[in-house]
Design a protein around this ligand. Structure first.
Ligand SMILES: *Cc1c(COP(=O)(O)O)cnc(C)c1O
Length: 563
């Protein structure tokens, strides 16, 4: 069953999480959705890849929210056999002195244009293993630091070995985040010279060859966000035969820093937006960090009503989303509005089913959905409830929210509870709905059915952000703080709106948000329907035409994979 895939050399794409489809919970948020969109674009563009990830049988988690706004976490278990084929091959890694066997599931991603790509989901839940080793690939981002290190051993070392055992020819390795950086150790082992052949001073390892084979994408604009493991733990857990002195030189003297390791073993390094690359260059002096701004997959993130429009007026857009740049001139206003009305109706119906809250189709919806964590500032909109009510008193609007907090992010959970308090306090003046269990399917409905997509991160924490790009594919303009991709996407008053200036202190952001909403966004919506539709078209023609994963993959292909 692998014959179809192994005869052509492929790019191996390693990611701890990957959003393959709505029913498979092997992702937590933006990083996994990006990995999925990467593979979806490679599928449409017929760029031969093979993705490697963990099977995460227990998923991330299913979120339920009680009447007090408390998040409850339930397992999101899935049955791999329902979607993927079990492969016979086995490879082993040594963990804590034991042999841990790794098998894999083959999931075949099938594109809507006929492309197919293999995905290997690594699994240690095998009869050959005992006790806790069977659970190493169970929980996505669960467990402690030791558990995490074990997962990264399985992903990096195990993944590289399994590709070889299955007969894949890999022309390039792409590490999506530092989690898989241990694959570099496996390549070093593979491309080392025997000691007798070396002249004094020569390296045992063929570093140029390893580096030439590897690219690394970093996603985290803060030092604390990078995985680190103390060497006493590394020595205990990863006692595979490797050269600890060399590892310290590559990954940091004090602790094993996965980002350092990836930086040192990759010839091509990139950040996920221009500003993020700048920050990364300052954070990692001595390395050249390129910028490839993220994108989203065109077909996946476009609502049915807009797909029909684009198919009719801009045929070929699914292969060349640049064609969307003509949307402003080539699609009639009435068609755009009608397509939006449909997407909004779908969202309103879903909100009713999930929460019992009734939204009014004649009133604009502000959408905000993403990981609930402090730096995203989900509560910024609610900083001054009286001001918010006053604005809504003049021109009404309604708010739809969604998002999960990581089970160990107590602060994130508190924010969810506070948002529920705010919703209660605003009842009667502003309708607020909070949708539980944010996932790909909800993201599709929300980014298409809202009228304005709101984003309020604390700069410079948003490396890129992608949900606003999904909104653009559905003609939904962004209202966002200038950070991540929006620094590149925002043309003020044309493709959307900025909250504050890039040079301002973030303290003023709430004020700036209220002012923009009150004086610009809502007046345009209510008083100038033609102007509003122009804005919608510009979101498509100026933002969706560029911030898509086809453009992103064409750049990875020509700048990272083929050099
Ligand atoms: C797109 C997406 C994200 C990322 O959204 P950001 O705006 O980048 O935070 C997170 N979760 C899900 C389910 C998504 O679809």
């Amino acid at each position: 069953m692998l014959n179809e895939f192994v005869h052509v050399p492929r790019i191996a794409y390693f990611s701890m999480e990957i959003a393959l489809r709505c029913e498979i919970p092997t992702y937590a948020g933006g990083l996994g959705v990006l990995a999925g969109d990467t593979l979806r674009s490679a599928t449409d563009l017929e760029l031969p890849m093979v993705a490697v990830s963990l099977v995460s049988r227990a998923g991330y988690f299913r979120q339920e929210i009680d009447a007090q706004g408390r998040q409850m976490e339930h397992p999101a278990s899935w049955v791999p056999a329902g979607h993927a084929q079990s492969l016979d091959a086995r490879v082993a890694v040594t963990i804590e002195g034991r042999k841990v066997w790794i098998g894999a599931w083959l999931y075949v991603m099938e594109g809507h244009m006929g492309g197919r790509q293999p995905v290997l989901l690594l699994d240690t839940d095998l009869d050959e293993n005992s006790g806790d080793d069977r659970k190493i690939t169970h929980y996505l981002y669960g467990g402690d630091n030791v558990y995490r290190l074990k997962q990264e051993i399985v992903l990096g070392l195990g993944g590289a070995r399994l590709l070889q055992a299955l007969g894949f020819t890999i022309r390039h390795y792409h590490m999506n985040e530092g989690h898989s950086a241990l694959l570099g150790l496996e390549l070093m082992r593979r491309f080392s010279y025997s000691a007798e052949d070396l002249r004094p001073g020569e390296s045992l390892y063929d570093f140029p060859r390893v580096r030439d084979l590897c690219s690394f994408t970093t996603h985290t604009p803060v030092e604390a966000g990078h995985d680190r493991f103390p060497y006493e733990m590394v020595l205990r857990v990863l006692d595979d035969d490797f050269d600890i002195g060399m590892l310290k030189r590559l990954a940091g003297e004090d602790s094993l820093n996965m980002t350092r390791l990836a930086l040192n073993l990759s010839e091509y390094i990139n950040g996920v937006a221009r500003k993020h690359a700048e920050i990364s260059n300052a954070m990692f002096p001595g390395y050249r960090v390129h910028a490839i701004t993220n994108g989203v997959h065109p077909y996946t993130w476009t609502a049915a009503s807009f797909r029909q429009l684009y198919d009719h007026y801009l045929p070929g857009w699914c292969h060349e989303p640049q064609l969307l740049m003509r949307a402003d001139c080539c699609i009639p206003d009435a068609d755009i509005w009608q397509a939006h009305v449909q997407a909004k109706q779908h969202l309103i119906a879903k909100v009713q089913i999930l929460t019992g809250v009734t939204l009014d189709p004649a009133i604009p919806i502000l959408g905000f959905a993403r990981r609930m964590t402090a730096y995203k500032r989900p509560d910024l909109l609610f900083s001054d409830l009286e001001r918010l009510k006053a604005i809504a008193g003049k021109r009404p609007f309604q708010i739809v929210l969604a998002g999960k907090a990581h089970p160990r992010d107590e602060n994130g959970k508190q924010i969810i509870a506070q948002l529920h308090d705010h919703a209660r306090a605003l009842a009667g003046t502003i309708t607020v709905a909070y949708l539980p269990d944010y996932d790909m399917a909800l993201a599709q409905m929300l980014t298409a059915g809202a009228d304005v997509w709101l984003n309020t991160p604390l700069p410079p924490m948003e490396a890129s952000g992608t949900s606003g790009m999904k909104a653009a594919f559905n003609g939904v303009p962004n209202l966002s703080v200038l950070d991540g991709w929006w620094l590149e996407g925002c043309i003020e008053g044309i493709s959307g709106w900025a909250i504050g200036n890039a040079a301002d202190l973030p303290d003023g952001d709430a004020q700036a948000l209220y002012d923009k909403l009150d004086q610009v966004v809502l007046p345009l919506y209510y008083d100038d329907n033609g102007g509003w539709i122009k804005m919608m078209k510009n979101a498509i023609s100026k933002n969706a035409s560029y911030f898509n994963s086809h453009r992103m993959m064409r750049r990875y292909a020509t700048e990272a994979y083929v050099r």
